[in-house]
Design a protein around this ligand. Structure first.
Ligand code: NDP
Length: 480
């Protein structure tokens, strides 16, 4: 049994309550760690440490702060395989995926913000011969970062890196379902020479620790990634306190396939968009709209390709899908598959739990599931499932595809497949979402703005957006 501890003021400490929650390895369905059941008292301690650390940290030069972030990145790189194994044991994703995606991306986040922060400029405006304005950009102070369970270290570092780079001190909460790699990060920060109190990591339940971070008056900004309902709750508390907020929320992303697409590539990319990380990525394309002229051809090829995606022990190289992150989430996904049947959907593939042998016999696995015959506006096609479940829906015209794509309350990402350049740009412009991929999926350039519209969020991360979010601007006007 591995005991996880909070990281406050540069030290690993027990939660004040001395209570611990069960941490599961979802692939074996067993408790393997103890996670601090922290509360507002631990958050208070962390906030005090962060406040104390702020004056010195914010006065360091940009280069000094960036150097430490680079050392943290290198510290993770040096222990790559430990982090890879920890992420997989905690989250259930295939080991190879942690190795090629999650942990390398966490390293990139730190390196990216360390270097990009070196290029943040203030503005200068000359009004007339005797008057000019310049804009100062200063760190906010103590900020809160709250992250989800699907890409644990990847999304945790995506928030803390820009916050720290710009001179803020952080009180951060990873999901209590997947806390292990954030726990390990504390040690790396110590070794990298991050001053005590600059980053504090508190583990525990959202309604206790997350809400204490949100409500703490000393925390001036909240960067949150998670579900839309939680985002609404955070806004309810933080907005009347006039906190800055960046909310990256849920999605129900359309994948629109026109009959003039490059067929083979479209099929392969659509399968990846549907089932990577067991469909537990906010960017997964879970509603597949196919032009009626190629519907049957696409369906046949898609099902063949999905069948190659083996569900198995995350430690096996051959497993393309691993375990579902938790028993409650496993039950939620299965309940949506039942709902799809109740709504008249036809299960073309999957639609059931997978029982593995051996070490994973009690793990939570679900077969990649493909459903057709559902109307675009039924619950299964409108609500986020966040698992390995996709629907196929046919369309006849460009207008109909756009109408159905835009029919949900979400607007995070979309994918369009066509070799007609004009059509691609036309459709991309009309889709209500923060991100559109044309003939690709999950191509990420960290300099680009990242975020959603409608109920998928408020604000943007990525590039200079996140660095600006973690600063206050002050315009100084001088007349001489
Ligand atoms: P949740 O909203 O349940 O949780 C996210 C984080 O918020 C967790 O750390 C959680 O703690 C915490 N939390 C829960 N309740 C509160 C509260 N009242 N106040 C403050 N914090 C709270 O999301 P999931 O972890 O289930 O993650 C899945 C969701 O995240 C999906 O909807 C997905 O679409 C979205 N997501 C969005 C992304 C984007 O970039 N737009 C990227 C990745 C995921 P605890 O774990 O203890 O409940």
């Amino acid at each position: 049994m591995q005991r996880i501890l909070n990281f406050i003021n540069g030290e690993y400490v027990e939660p004040i309550s001395r209570n611990y929650l069960d941490g599961y390895n979802p692939a074996i369905g067993e408790v393997y760690s103890e996670v601090p059941d922290s509360d507002e008292r631990d958050v208070e301690m962390a906030v005090n440490a962060a406040k104390e650390a702020f004056p010195a940290w914010s006065k360091r030069t940009q280069e000094q702060r960036s150097d430490i972030l680079i050392l943290i990145a290198k510290g993770i790189e040096a222990r790559m395989e430990d982090f890879v194994a920890a992420e997989t044991n905690d989250q259930g994703k295939p080991l190879w995926l942690s190795r090629v995606m999650d942990i390398p991306r966490a390293v990139s986040n730190l390196k990216f913000y360390a270097t990009t922060a070196m290029n943040v400029n203030g503005e200068f405006h000359k009004t007339d011969e005797n008057t000019f304005n310049y804009t100062l950009r200063t760190p906010i102070g103590v900020v809160g970062c709250i992250s989800p369970w699907n890409l644990p270290l990847y999304l945790f570092t995506w928030k803390i890196a820009p916050a720290l780079a710009m001179g803020n001190c952080v009180v951060a909460k990873p999901s209590e379902i997947t806390p292990m790699t954030a726990f390990m990060l504390g040690q790396i920060c110590k070794e990298a020479g991050l001053p005590v109190g600059v980053l504090n990591i508190i583990h525990g339940l959202g309604p206790k620790v997350g809400s204490a971070i949100t409500a703490n008056p000393e925390i001036k900004a909240i960067s949150f990634t998670g579900g839309t309902k939680t985002g609404a709750e955070i806004s309810r508390v933080a907005a009347p306190m006039f906190k800055k907020m960046s909310l990256e929320l849920g999605g129900k992303n359309p994948n629109i396939i026109f009959d003039d697409c490059s067929f083979e590539k479209t099929v392969k990319t659509s399968v990846a968009a549907a089932f990577t990380n067991q469909g537990e990525i906010c960017l997964c394309g879970s509603r597949i709209f196919i032009q009626d002229t190629i519907y049957n051809k696409f369906k046949t090829a898609f099902l063949l390709e999905v069948q190659k995606r083996t569900v198995g022990d995350p430690l096996e190289e051959s497993s393309k899908l691993g375990a579902i992150v938790s028993k409650p989430h496993f039950d939620k996904i299965l309940s949506y598959i039942q709902l799809a049947k109740d709504e008249g959907g036809k299960i073309l593939l999957g639609g059931h739990a997978v029982n593995l042998e051996g070490r994973c016999k009690n793990g939570w696995f679900i077969a990649p599931t493909v459903i057709e015959g559902l109307p675009f506006d039924c619950r299964v096609n409108q609500e986020e499932i966040f698992g390995p479940v996709v629907t196929l829906v046919s369309f006849s015209s460009e207008e109909e595809a756009i109408f159905m794509a835009n029919s949900t309350p979400f607007g995070l990402a979309a994918t369009v497949f066509t070799d007609n350049v004009s059509k691609a740009h036309r459709v991309a412009a009309k889709i209500e979402s923060g991100i559109v991929w044309i003939n690709c999926w999950l191509e990420r350039d960290l300099r680009t703005p990242f975020g959603g519209v409608k109920q998928s969020g408020v604000g943007r991360e990525g590039g200079f957006e996140a660095l600006k979010f973690f600063t206050e601007e002050k315009n100084v006007c001088l007349k001489f």
